[in-house]
Design a binder for this molecule. Structure first.
Ligand code: GLU
Length: 502
């Protein structure tokens, strides 16, 4: 097998949708699995759709996701440049080759002439008219006009495009790694423009020429490009080049499975569809990004990997190395993959829980602003991580570690706080006060023997104890919480609660 070389070839027309990131990820995983290269090529032949900042955004997104580029924008390689606008001078030669071999022709039609043709065809009962073997005969092109006429128009500098001459009634056949055999009859394809009057190639020509010149072995891209694949296969044939292998990835669908996931779904249902935040340079509108929302990059890429691929086992948590090891295009499904936001949060939770107290405290310490000691913060993180989805939740749920509660959970108060509660808590204060080493284990043993001695159940004391100390009805181990707060603070809060709720 030739060396595996794959490319991610986005157009800089705006922020990169997470579907695009998944395409990049699958390309990267495939390349790394086979010891190959991952190339980033920017396809900016359509200058009308160019959005400033989009290219930088793409680079930064891949960087955040740890999808490492071997060659491309920002990473020099032997087969560059890697931005199509910088390769502009290379394409005409290939368009000329197709003209010479008779697989392409020159067309002078103006926009009005094209519109008239469509109108004519519609009136004749053709629902979606195309520039093809039938219509081309009545249009202004080098197949229908005399050689002299063509030359005269060229001499007058009349603008023209180059169109591919789609063969009549031929079957184009190729094997897609994900979809199996794809067969299309050329009668269903049109004479696509491959070179424009502005001197730029269109996507089709530039894409095929660049894949060839960059020695791309596998084209792994979204399903939306499947209809273009037969034309690409034909172009390879016309040039007499070996075509790369193709794999068209399934769409990422809306959570209800009804259609492609769009930015609007994210806005409507409250989740980001972009890897990192994007500020629209024209309107100033900001679109949310997973990075800024507090997702771990590992969780994001792990989640993305599962949108279309599965390892065939029950394992769900995969590091990038494990993904590389397990990934195969054969295990990518044909059917669209439904996006599941709850599952996305679940992945983040799993990564959060897998981090130890020290790692987490490094992440959240800027939020805590020295409200607690470093040692305490590590313990707090350990205690709180089970209930958190994001690192920032640890801080948001931890106020009671540095502030006495201002109010008490209404429901617990109503259900648990009895007439006898102040008395019980007063006795608890006495017992706690007698402890000399205020560590979790001693507090726990003391508390339990207090319950035993007084013949009280956990349910009669613990919820009120928690309420007094944290103001909440639920939370992590009270004994650890008390140990962090210290004896004095615990007793102070118990007294305060008794006073307030008496
Ligand atoms: N420039 C195309 C895009 O924006 C690339 C399609 C392909 O990978 O061939 O998705």
């Amino acid at each position: 097998m030739d060396k595996v070389r794959v490319r991610f070839a986005p157009s800089p027309t705006g922020p990169l949708h997470m579907g695009g990131v998944r395409t990049a990820l699958y390309n990267y995983l495939f390349a790394k699995k086979h010891g190959g290269d991952f190339i980033l090529r920017i396809e900016d032949t359509d200058q009308n759709r160019y959005v400033p900042g989009a290219e930088q955004y793409i680079v930064e997104s891949l960087d955040w996701c740890k999808i490492i580029v071997d060659e491309g924008i920002g990473k020099a390689g032997d087969l560059g440049p890697y931005r199509q606008s910088d390769r502009k001078h290379m394409y005409k030669e290939y368009s000329d080759l197709l003209l010479e071999s008779g697989n392409a022709y020159i067309a002078f039609d103006t926009t009005e002439e094209l519109d008239q043709m469509r109108e004519r065809m519609k009136n004749a009962g053709v629902p979606s008219p195309q520039y093809n073997a039938i219509t081309r005969t009545s249009m202004q092109n080098s197949l229908s006009l005399s050689e002299d006429e063509v030359q005269a128009r060229l001499d007058k500098n009349e603008p023209y495009v180059v169109r591919v001459k789609m063969p009549r009634n031929e079957e184009v056949k190729f094997k897609d790694i994900i979809r199996g055999w794809v067969v299309v009859n050329t009668n269903n394809l049109d004479d696509k423009v491959i070179f424009k009057s502005d001197g730029m190639p269109t996507y089709h020509l530039a894409n095929v020429v660049d894949d060839y010149l960059m020695k791309i072995s596998h084209v792994i891209r979204g399903e939306e490009w499947l209809p273009s694949a037969p034309l690409h296969i034909l172009l390879y044939r016309f040039f007499d080049w070996k075509a790369p292998e193709f794999a068209h990835l399934p769409l990422i669908l809306k959570p209800d499975g009804n259609g492609k996931l769009s930015k609007r779904d994210g806005d409507r249902l409250g989740f980001p569809v972009f890897p990192i935040e994007w500020k629209n340079p024209e309107t100033g509108d900001v679109s949310k990004g997973y990075r800024e929302e507090g997702y771990f990059k590992e969780a994001f890429t792990n989640m993305l990997a599962f949108l279309g691929w599965n390892p065939g086992t029950t394992q769900e948590i995969f590091s990038m190395d494990e993904l590389i090891e397990s990934f195969s295009l054969e295990r990518v499904g044909k059917a669209g993959a439904k996006f599941d936001f709850d599952k996305t949060k679940w992945f983040n939770q799993q990564y959060l829980r897998a981090k130890d107290g020290q790692e987490l405290s490094d992440l959240v310490s800027p939020l805590f602003q020295e409200k607690v000691s470093d040692a305490d913060l590590a313990v707090i993180c350990e205690l709180m991580k089970e209930r958190a989805t994001f690192a920032k939740d640890i801080f948001n749920e931890s106020t009671f570690f540095f502030e006495a509660p201002l109010e008490y959970d209404e429901k617990t108060l109503r259900k648990k706080w009895k007439e006898s509660t102040p008395d019980i808590l007063n006795q608890l204060i006495e017992i706690l006060d007698s402890i000399s080493s205020f560590d979790p284990l001693t507090i726990e043993t003391t508390f339990k023997s207090f319950l035993e001695e007084k013949e009280l159940g956990f349910g009669a004391v613990l919820p009120n104890f928690r309420l007094a100390i944290t103001g909440l009805g639920m939370g992590p181990s009270m004994f650890h919480i008390c140990s962090i707060l210290g004896k004095e603070e615990v007793i102070k809060r118990l007294r305060l609660a008794i006073e307030r709720n008496a």
